[in-house]
Design a protein around this ligand. Structure first.
Ligand code: HEM
Length: 439
């Protein structure tokens, strides 16, 4: 079926667009899934007062691959955190050039150096978990978010994040303002002058104070980092802090979440965990993990990919049509705001039979050959504006998981089915609790 559907109040009258419908549907993923069930592969809805088009199929993604400009949706509120000129929003030539400068720090040359940071941090968490009492049940959230935050901070912003108290302090602030950002998706913006708005602004200011401290420390530390390239742009202080936060927050939150989901699925599927053990033992033997071993951990990569697919941590990306374009024969005028429902694509049963079944073998080379390249898109599509942290993420996650599974077998706590919250990021509704057994 091909149709442009429209759900929600009349766009000319509304002030909050589909926000209430997002809440009623349970989150952005379900909202888009229901919208497309009703309207077919091309559908239109409202974000705030802005008309948005969603078309979550590889065929619809194809003409969008070269688009670089971010859409203006969610701008008003997020600009409070990142600044309206930060990389989160900046388009055109300036956006491309800034990304190019920054992304160099996530390239393979730098990953050679980051490898040792990831390994050191992974060794730290293994040592910590070695001291757990046999059969002790614990939530994996604190430690996995901690390691993700520490690794992102140390590699991109310097030794401030070597200190565990600084890592915890930064995360405490983040957990205070994150819920407000997410609630904004369904309930709109807390009004100016309200208590909620005041608390939010206070916390955001404290996070910016940390960024300012990090900038000042650069003069006294050795070793070049991403933050140095940011400082060299000569941009104003708010924009540099905004750019720091975009890389830091996107870098640590999604990575921490995927690690949590990985432990959840490993605990739940003991047969799959056994296959990971066999591979890790065969590749690492008795040696310390080395960089050249990582590509040989193929099944572990399949396991991570299946986790990324079935829990699509980042459910959507977005673009603005730079010129007039056609999607499925529908005309999209220049400046149309496009939502790319990555989640709906990765759960589409015509592309992924039995999409709710966790099966890392979907990513065996034999299987991937037959699939449309754009069916698997947890980091967005190829192009100059996709997630710059993919290789960073894969290296970090592989090191942490290889170190953990080399040492421990993970078992579920009784109530391992934690449920799912579909928000800005797809996360467990409760915390994931596990028990460990040393291997
Ligand atoms: C599981 C881990 C991750 C997932 C699923 C993920 C996913 C995504 C997605 C879907 C986007 C939007 C892409 C688009 O618009 O086409 C994005 C943007 C971004 N990601 Fe990631 N990401 C992850 C890890 C990371 C890491 C580790 C870093 C940094 C070290 C990072 C940095 C960024 C930045 C800076 C952007 C914004 C780019 C821009 O606006 O130009 N991400 N990410």
């Amino acid at each position: 079926m091909r149709c442009i559907g429209y759900i929600g109040p009349d766009v000319r009258k509304i002030t909050s667009g589909n926000h209430p419908q997002l809440g009623e549907a349970g989150g952005i993923y379900q909202f888009l899934r229901d919208l497309h069930t009703e309207c077919g592969p091309v559908a239109e809805f409202c974000e705030g007062t802005t008309r948005v088009v969603s078309a979550p199929t590889p065929i619809a993604f194809k003409p969008q691959v070269e688009l670089c400009n971010k859409p203006a949706i969610q701008m008003e509120f997020l600009a409070q955190v990142f600044g309206s000129k930060s990389i989160r929003f900046i388009n055109g030539e300036e956006g491309k050039q800034r990304r190019q400068k920054y992304d160099a720090f996530l390239s393979n040359v730098w990953l050679d150096e980051y490898f040792y940071v990831f390994l050191e941090n992974a060794t730290g968490i293994v040592e910590k978990w070695c001291s757990k009492r046999p059969g002790e049940s614990f939530s994996v959230h604190t430690d996995l978010y901690h390691i993700a935050c520490k690794s992102a901070g140390m590699t991109m912003f310097g030794d401030y994040f070597k200190n565990d108290q600084n890592v915890d302090g930064f995360m405490d602030l983040y957990w205070k303002f994150w819920p407000t950002i997410e609630i904004n998706l369904t309930d709109g913006i807390p009004p100016e002058g309200s208590k909620e708005r005041h608390e939010f602004d206070t916390v955001v200011k404290k996070v910016h104070d940390i960024c300012n401290r990090l900038k000042k420390e650069r003069g006294t530390t050795t070793g070049r980092r991403l933050v140095d390239a940011m400082l060299e742009t000569g941009l104003d202080g708010t924009t540099i802090s905004g750019d720091m936060l975009v890389y830091m927050l996107t870098g640590f939150h999604s990575t921490g979440l995927v690690l949590i989901w990985c432990l959840y699925f490993a605990a739940k599927h003991q047969d799959i965990q056994q296959r990971i053990f066999s591979e890790v033992d065969a590749v690492l033997g008795d040696e310390e993990l080395k960089r050249d071993m990582l590509p040989h951990l193929k099944f572990l990569r399949q396991f991570v990919n299946e986790t990324l697919r079935i829990r699509f941590v980042t459910p959507i990306a977005g673009r603005e049509a730079e010129d007039d374009m056609d999607i499925y024969g529908f005309h999209m005028p220049q400046k149309t705001q496009l939502v790319q429902a990555l989640s709906a694509t990765m759960m589409d049963e015509t592309l992924w039979p039995e999409p709710e079944r966790f099966d890392p073998d979907r990513f065996r080379t034999k299987e991937t050959g037959d699939r449309h390249q754009l069916s698997f898109c947890p980091f967005g599509f190829e192009g100059k504006r996709t997630c710059p942290g993919q290789n960073f993420f894969y290296m970090e996650a592989t090191i942490i998981l290889a170190c953990l599974f080399r040492k421990f077998q993970v078992f579920p706590e009784n109530d391992v089915d934690t449920g799912i919250t579909y928000g800005f990021l797809t996360r467990p509704r409760g915390e994931v609790f596990v028990k460990l057994q040393k291997r």
